[in-house]
Design a protein around this ligand. Structure first.
Ligand code: HEC
Length: 231
């Protein structure tokens, strides 16, 4: 067998496969076997950012919230979070969005801190929505990046807030208009606001510095502003 090159490649190939399986699957599985997995109730309890967003939804859409969730309690928030995740799965948002900031390509400049193992150690990450491709941005740091009303309008009709967006509209998350999110709509907004809200540096994007505009664009904007003031 070792007389031919293909024999060596076969053994080497199988060997590398076995080694990769050992180091990437077996060893981590054994290492983290006894690490407790957080329940949704625990996740809600220790995350005031999330409760803030849930309460904000109740204040913003009082009638809709009252109808579908009643009061702002941790139990209701947990219920919304779970329904939101199920909706994320069933609507296949993961076809276009990832939930994993990789330690390459300066991804942390675009989305925030690189993802860590312990962030995935809870029931809402079973299975993890890593995603397979990025038609849209990574969402693992989406929490708090936008307001709830922005999300509502965006889900109702993405192009209303994001020019030329290829993201599909989801009118079935609403009772007819963007200011009337229904049970699933409120749940999905709660879920996207949860993503990344557990980080201690939340909201990290406040440090965000916009790239300065080129001089000629700045001048033309100023000129336009002056002209509109005059008229
Ligand atoms: C066909 C691909 C596609 C699908 C399916 C899709 N999206 Fe998107 N999404 C995009 C693209 C592209 C953008 C960026 C343009 C924009 O803001 O609309 C985006 C933007 C977003 C943003 C705003 C990110 C930000 O802060 O700029 C959120 C939140 C979002 N999507 C959530 C969802 C959820 C939840 C679903 C499932 C209900 C979903 N998307 C389904 C393509 C998609």
């Amino acid at each position: 067998m070792f007389e031919s090159k293909s024999g060596v490649f076969l053994i080497a190939g199988l060997g590398f496969f076995a080694f990769a399986f050992l180091s990437n699957a077996l060893v981590p599985a054994l290492m983290y076997r006894d690490l407790p997995e957080k329940t949704t109730a625990q996740l809600v309890e220790e995350n005031s950012n999330l409760m803030y967003q849930f309460e904000n939804l109740a204040n913003r859409y009082p009638e809709q919230f009252e109808k579908y969730y009643g009061e702002v309690t941790e139990e209701k928030c947990a219920e919304a979070l779970e329904l939101g995740r199920r909706t994320y799965v069933s609507e296949a948002c993961w076809h276009c969005h990832s939930q994993f900031v990789r330690p390459v390509s300066r991804e942390e400049d675009r989305w925030g801190p690189v993802s860590r193992t312990e962030e995935y150690q809870n029931v809402l990450q079973r299975p993890v929505m890593f995603g397979t491709r990025r038609i849209g941005p990574d969402l693992s740091r989406e929490g708090g990046r936008r307001g709830n009303d922005w999300h509502a309008v965006h889900f109702f009709q993405p192009t209303m807030v994001s020019t030329g967006s290829p993201m599909p509209a989801y009118p079935w998350f609403f009772d007819g208009s963007p200011d009337k999110p229904n049970k699933r709509g409120i749940a999905l907004i709660t879920y996207v606001q949860w993503l990344g809200s557990w980080l201690e540096s939340y909201p990290y994007y406040e440090d965000f510095k916009p790239i300065p505009l080129p001089e000629e664009i700045k001048e033309s904007i100023e000129k336009e502003a002056e002209e509109s003031q005059e008229s």
